[in-house]
Design a protein around this ligand. Structure first.
Ligand SMILES: C[S@@+](CC[C@H](N)C(=O)[O-])C[C@H]1O[C@@H](n2cnc3c(N)ncnc32)[C@H](O)[C@@H]1O
Length: 368
């Protein structure tokens, strides 16, 4: 009995510590969001997660120090190359993270932007561990929440965990690109995986006056659906590097190493892509066909590649992809580093656009 009470107190303390850290990092948050973090236990959704060292992800299960890590404001990777941390051997797994529990303070900012009220019908794309779905259940009522992910294993695990903490939400295996019309329309739609532009299905499944919050090109966009079917909004101030909405056609590609034969020096070296403020701007200038991996770029349309290391950039393919980065960086500096929260976003029949109005009144729009 004493131990049980001690455990409960320890868990409560851990949740209080996480909630105050979230408030410290995020600043002003709705008290409903903070209260959700105080009430929903994260540890119930991450009995195991990975720690990466030297390219190898090794599972870390309940035990010494585990609880402290679970209630820290950090991302917890739970699946690598489709292997769940609970199923991984001690030798670990190499490769790309395919599911995780998002950074709690970023989750809080997104939930705050989503402004969920009791009784709102909510769709989440990217169930992952189920922790965010549990917070949504706390805010809206579990019977109003639908959450989808791409594999039966992920949704079955999350469904069980949600049920164990008392939330009987609809947890469904479905492709996020299609949304989930079955339980729609929704008052609130949130995606926890990134897209380059919003799938039309998400906007169609949202009611007029409803909100869509989604990672869009390296930032989080918050859009209101208008009665005429269009959606307009802004980007949040937080940088957000989410794992992408996968379509099964992810371009596996080797990052080219610089060689003297096809490399040149640049003033705008690799470091420029370490600034999330610039990365948002750079992504707007790069073609939608360009994929980025750290300091490396590849245009899937023509095969051009650029890989910066320090002030040297290795180039491949028919065109110098890094020139776009250099030009964008110069304009970004000239315009005094426009911040992502100064950008508008709109989606309608004519396409999706990010927009920026400079102090001189001139507006630039980029197709997403
Ligand atoms: C960052 S994790 C989500 C975190 C989750 N909300 C949580 O609280 O644990 C991103 C999730 O998006 C899912 N995802 C990626 N592509 C998807 C797709 N096409 N359809 C549905 N889910 C997808 C991944 O499987 C992964 O679980």
């Amino acid at each position: 009995m004493t131990n049980h009470l001690h455990d409960d107190e320890q868990l409560l303390r851990a949740r209080v510590a996480l909630a105050s850290e979230i408030e410290r990092v995020s600043g002003v948050l709705s008290s409903r969001v903070v209260e959700a973090f105080l009430n929903v236990p994260r540890h119930a959704f991450v009995p195991a997660f990975y720690r990466e060292e030297g390219g190898v992800h090794r599972p870390w299960r309940a035990g010494d120090g585990w609880l402290r890590e679970v209630y820290a404001d950090q991302v917890l990777v739970t699946e690598v190359e489709g292997v769940h941390a609970e199923d991984a051997g001690s030798e670990g797994v190499r490769g790309v993270a395919t599911s995780s529990s998002t950074l709690p303070s970023l989750m809080a900012d997104m939930l705050d932007a989503l402004d969920v009220r009791p009784g709102d019908r909510v769709l989440e794309i990217g169930t992952g561990t189920g922790y965010n779905a549990a917070l949504l259940c706390h805010l809206a009522g579990a019977q109003h929440v639908t959450t989808i992910d791409r594999t039966e294993h992920l949704v079955a695990t999350a469904r069980t965990r949600l049920s164990e903490v008392g939330f009987e939400a609809a947890v469904v295996q479905a492709d996020g690109a299609d949304g989930y019309p079955g339980n729609g329309p929704y008052d609130r739609i949130i995606a926890t995986c990134g897209v380059r532009s919003l799938p039309r299905t998400w906007l169609d499944q949202c009611v007029p006056g409803g909100l869509v919050v989604a990672p869009l090109g390296g930032a989080v966009a918050r859009l209101t659906k208008l009665p005429d079917g269009r959606a307009v909004g802004r980007f949040l101030h937080r940088p957000a590097a989410f794992m992408p909405l996968r379509d099964g056609k992810e371009p596996g590609w080797e990052v080219p190493e610089p060689t003297s034969a096809d490399s040149r020096t640049t003033e705008s070296g690799a470091h420029v892509l370490d600034d999330p403020g610039f990365v948002f701007w750079a992504d707007l200038h790069l073609a939608p066909t360009v994929v980025r991996d750290g300091h490396a770029l590849r245009d899937t349309a023509d095969g051009s590649t650029a890989h910066a290391q320090g002030r040297t950039v290795a180039l491949g393919g028919p065109r110098d992809l890094w020139r776009t980065v250099e030009a964008a960086h110069q304009v970004w500096l000239d315009r005094n580093r426009p911040r992502r929260e100064w950008f508008t976003v709109e989606a309608g029949p004519e396409g999706q656009f990010a927009g920026y109005t400079a102090p001189d009144g001139s507006t630039t729009r980029w197709s997403l």
